[in-house]
Design a binder for this molecule. Structure first.
Ligand code: FAD
Length: 140
């Protein structure tokens, strides 16, 4: 059974862009091995991540991520069965802050700021899908 899961979290203060590169590399390696796909948005304050794949595997992966000390306050925005993958090309695509232009933010957030905790599930989903059309994976 295929599911998609979207959550938001706050970046721990000590986390550098180098650390995010490490997280991405680990994610891509682990996810590829268990056919999890998805994408990660990072800015200096927040993570927003989409995971999709087999339900058992996505749950296991999420619980591991939620316990990671490099972020805090993971909050599920959306969890649902899905007929198809949206990020089938990416074991974990990366979308940096610079990719989120003001027009996109105004479309999906009331004040034009990237704060996934303030977003509805539909807005978070829409933002990630729009970004996936303009983004490239792998580089942080
Ligand atoms: P290892 O090879 O044991 O570790 C890889 C590197 O990360 C090492 O340098 C290690 O020192 C460091 N590291 C591992 N855990 C921690 C920790 N808790 N605190 C600080 N440093 C640590 N994992 C996935 O498999 N898939 C994902 O999609 C994914 N997304 C993530 C998104 C976010 C926002 C964060 C913060 C983490 C994510 N992770 C993801 C990483 C996950 O939390 C685990 O660290 C990882 O899955 C452990 O896998 P491993 O045992 O193969 O890593």
């Amino acid at each position: 059974m295929l599911v998609e899961l979207i959550y938001a979290s706050e970046v721990e203060d000590s986390v550098s862009i180098e650390e995010v590169r490490t997280i991405l590399a680990t994610s891509q390696r682990n996810n590829a091995a268990v056919q999890v796909t998805g994408a990660l948005i990072f800015n200096s304050r927040f993570f927003l991540q989409w995971l999709e794949g087999d339900r058992h595997v996505v749950n296991r992966t999420y619980h591991r991520i939620a316990a990671d000390s490099r972020h805090r306050g993971p909050e599920l925005l959306s969890y649902r069965e899905s007929p198809q993958r949206e990020f089938s090309r990416w074991s974990m695509g990366y979308m940096g802050e610079g990719m989120i232009n003001q027009e996109l933010l105004l479309k999906y957030s009331a004040n034009g700021e990237f704060n996934p905790y303030a977003m509805s599930a539909d807005a978070a989903r829409g933002l990630m899908l729009d970004l996936s059309r303009v983004s490239v994976s792998l580089t942080a």
